[in-house]
Design a binder for this molecule. Sequence first.
Ligand code: GDP
Ligand code: MG
Length: 432
Amino acid sequence: MRIPNTSPSSIALFVTAICVNGKCSETTHSTNVLSKHRRIPLTEKPPPLVHCRLHSSYVVEFVCKEESCDNESPLMCLMCRDYGRHKGHNHVLIEKEVEDLREKVREHLTELSRQSEVVDEALGSINQAIHDLSPGEESGTLEETRQEVRNHFRRLRSALDRDEADAVETLDEHARERVDILRSAKDRLEAASTKIGATCHTLQKALIMEKGKILDRSDDLLALAESTAAEKTTIPDSSQLSTRIAFSFANDRKLHIGDFIDSRVVLLGLDGAGKTSIVRRLKKVRIDAVMAPHPTIGFNIETIHYKNYRLTFWDVGGLPKFRHLWKHYYTNTQAVIFVIDGHAVERFSESIKELRKVMSDPLVGPCPVIVAINRKDGSSLNGPMDALLSQLDALPFQHHFHFCDAATGSGIDHVLDQITVCLSRLNGTCPV
Ligand SMILES: Nc1nc2c(ncn2[C@@H]2O[C@H](COP(=O)(O)OP(=O)(O)O)[C@@H](O)[C@H]2O)c(=O)[nH]1
Ligand SMILES: [Mg+2]
């Protein structure tokens, strides 16, 4: 039990009760000294009184509200208010000020606890999102989305497998029809051959007959010879006997079998860039990696069949003294392949200069230009190669570029595919 200090301004004397069931306090307050004291529960115990720092026997009762007040503390006792540093200052009761402040603190607390709930909720959501997006988790949206992506590709693969099977079936069907036609032609020719053989045999025997006998049979023999000779024996032409099959694909990936389209492709580029080697590779001629450099004088011509194209490649000499002749080759051509040696860094700018000249010549017309960067697979780009690609990008003419390597053959198919895609666009035919 404790009796708090009281100031002279206090009106009541308070005693706090700390015994749990109150018995102790009742006993204590039954004495003469304390019987007049009022008892209140500990929870209602008033806060300790604050004493004025300047007038220690006075309790702080007011708070200064004077805007221009420059006193160290706004707390005022009666002495401060009536005679001291806060004399004449606006002021309010300390209880009111404290209550206002408590109200504000309560409001802040309410707001902060609301914010805390929001933050906790956000933290929960972040944790859930991290879990859902973390690779390796068995459940969660990443795993679900992965599954959808895999399903997408599974569907594409099975659609592609179906299209491939259909395309091969179409090809087999075409081959079967061709074989049927060839077999009937073969049957007809074999029948004709048998008949010709029999007739020849009869005529040969007639040659050694006695005079009377051959004359007796003269009408029969001549009629047989004439009728056999008159029989039509249709010999298949070379197109029927050609075993190359021209094919293309429609947008829906259906295989179409038709005729070959003839196209001319010109290979240009500096001497030593690899033009002749690329043509040899296209022709599937074995290339020795150590083939000695051998500048082309004039040009080489090679024809290859690819999909539904019969492509005639004009491999033109690239030495400086021949470059003024290039225009005679690219006039009216269907495609240009400009070859750059991907290792000859010191010749990149010369290559770009020549490429720019070709592409800006109106004689090239709408023909597609494919830039083949030879001796390079594109996997290890370095500074000069980056710079070359930027220069190619900056050219104000449409072109396509591919990395290739004539020595190993890598990337050559892409160049070929690009040619046929460009030619199909140009011809308005099915893309291949
Ligand atoms: N290692 C390597 N050497 C190549 C490649 N392409 C061409 N060469 C060599 O480079 C030299 C010049 O090639 P060539 O085809 O004659 O160049 P062209 O003047 O443009 O026709 C030859 O010695 C070729 O063997 C390639 O992709 N890799
Ligand atoms: Mg050459």
